[in-house]
Design a protein around this ligand. Structure first.
Ligand SMILES: [Fe+2]
Ligand SMILES: [Fe+2]
Length: 172
């Protein structure tokens, strides 16, 4: 599958889960929230591991990729904050709303700006290769239990993002 198509499909899945979660209550709401959290961790991880580095080495301005990474960090901080809540109450709902808005803003920028730019810079073959890498990492992460627990150390995640490493990443 083409990398962009795979990422777009995950964006729609995330939006769909937010819609369901907002309508649910109690245990169901919490379960749906954990599904959102897992998928957000999975999605940001595959973008950070494969897609953003490919964008950065493929001619996308570094500032644009860095902005996307900073938005991921905001999403993860918001997620960590929600995961620390001990009740599904009005405060939880307000935080969930803010998370949804952060994600919507980021998704819109990717779909309006970053993805079209990547599509114009990378060859079809490269996009398919990248899609395969994203797909296999997705399968790998889907097998992990409580993936969302990874956001508990957000600062560690921030340091692991591309550009914060001393050695340049090898092309994948
Ligand atoms: Fe992203
Ligand atoms: Fe994305």
């Amino acid at each position: 599958m083409n990398a962009i198509d795979l990422l777009l499909a995950q964006h729609r899945e995330i939006e769909n889960l937010f819609g369901q979660c907002k309508k649910a209550s109690g245990e169901d709401k919490l379960e749906l929230f954990h599904a959102i959290a897992d998928l957000l961790v999975l999605h940001t991880s595959i973008e950070e591991e494969h897609f953003y580095p490919a964008a950065a080495t493929g001619g996308i301005p570094e500032a644009q990729v860095r902005e996307a990474l900073e938005e991921h960090l905001l999403v993860k901080r918001s997620l960590a904050d929600l995961l620390a809540q001990d009740a599904v109450d009005a405060e939880f709902d307000a935080k969930l709303q803010v998370l949804e808005e952060l994600v919507a803003h980021h998704v819109k920028e990717e779909e309006d700006e970053l993805f079209p730019a990547v599509e114009s810079k990378l060859s079809k073959t490269r996009l398919r290769e990248l899609g395969a890498a994203l797909e296999s990492m997705t399968t790998e992460l889907e097998e992990e239990e409580a993936l969302y627990e990874r956001v508990q150390d957000v600062d560690e995640l921030a340091r692991a993002a591309p550009f914060s490493q001393e050695e340049p990443r090898p092309r994948s």
